[in-house]
Design a protein around this ligand. Structure first.
Ligand code: FES
Length: 164
C-alpha cells in the first residue's frame, strides 16, 4: 500500500517516536493523505507497519473526526452542532449550509466533489459559534455570507489548479 515515498516518510516518522505504536496518528495521517480516506488495506498496512492490532487502529480512527472511512470531497467541512454551539445558532447555520450546498440534512459530498460537510461534536471553540473546521483551519463567529466567501475561495483555488 505504501508508495516508495510514503515508505521513506514512514521510516522518518518512526524515528521520532519511542515506540512504533506511539506513531499511530502520524502514520494514519500519512496513509490517508493520497486519497483523503482510509480503506481496509490502509488500516491493515498501518497495523502491520506499527505492529499493533487492527482493532486498535480502527478504534483510533473512530475517535478522530479527521480520519475518514469513506471517500470524501477534497475539503472536509466540520460544523460543530453540539449544545453550546446550538445555543448560538449552529444547527440553523448548518441546516442552511446543507441547503446552499445542495446536500441532504445529514450532510454529504457536493456534486462537484469539492466539499464534504459533516455535523460534529465539540471542536473546543464553543464561545465562537457558529464555527467550523475546514481541513485543519478554524473559522469562527460565522455568518452565511462569511462561509460563502470562504467556500468561494476554495472553489476559485480548485478552478485555478484545474487550469479552468
Ligand atoms: S460545543 Fe461547539 S465548539 Fe464546543
Amino acid at each position: 500500500m505504501w508508495s516508495d515515498v510514503e515508505q521513506k516518510e514512514l521510516e522518518e516518522i518512526l524515528k521520532k517516536y519511542p515506540t512504533k505504536r506511539s506513531a499511530l496518528l502520524p502514520a494514519l495521517y500519512l496513509a490517508q493523505r493520497e486519497k483523503n480516506w482510509l480503506d481496509d488495506d490502509d488500516i491493515l498496512a498501518v497495523a502491520e507497519a506499527l505492529e499493533v492490532p487492527v482493532t486498535d487502529v480502527q478504534a483510533v480512527i473512530g475517535f478522530y473526526t479527521l480520519f475518514r472511512r469513506e471517500p470524501t470531497g477534497k475539503h472536509m467541512i466540520h460544523v460543530c452542532t453540539d449544545l453550546p454551539c446550538a445555543l448560538r445558532g449552529a444547527e440553523d447555520f448548518y441546516a442552511r449550509l446543507t441547503r446552499r450546498l445542495g446536500l441532504p440534512s445529514e450532510g454529504g459530498t457536493t456534486a462537484d466533489g469539492l466539499f464534504t460537510l459533516e455535523a460534529v461534536p465539540c471542536l473546543a471553540a464553543c464561545d465562537k459559534a457558529p464555527m467550523c473546521q475546514i481541513d485543519l483551519q478554524y473559522y469562527e463567529n460565522l455568518t452565511d455570507e462569511m462561509i460563502d466567501t470562504v467556500l468561494a475561495q476554495f472553489r476559485a483555488e480548485a478552478q485555478q489548479e484545474s487550469g479552468a
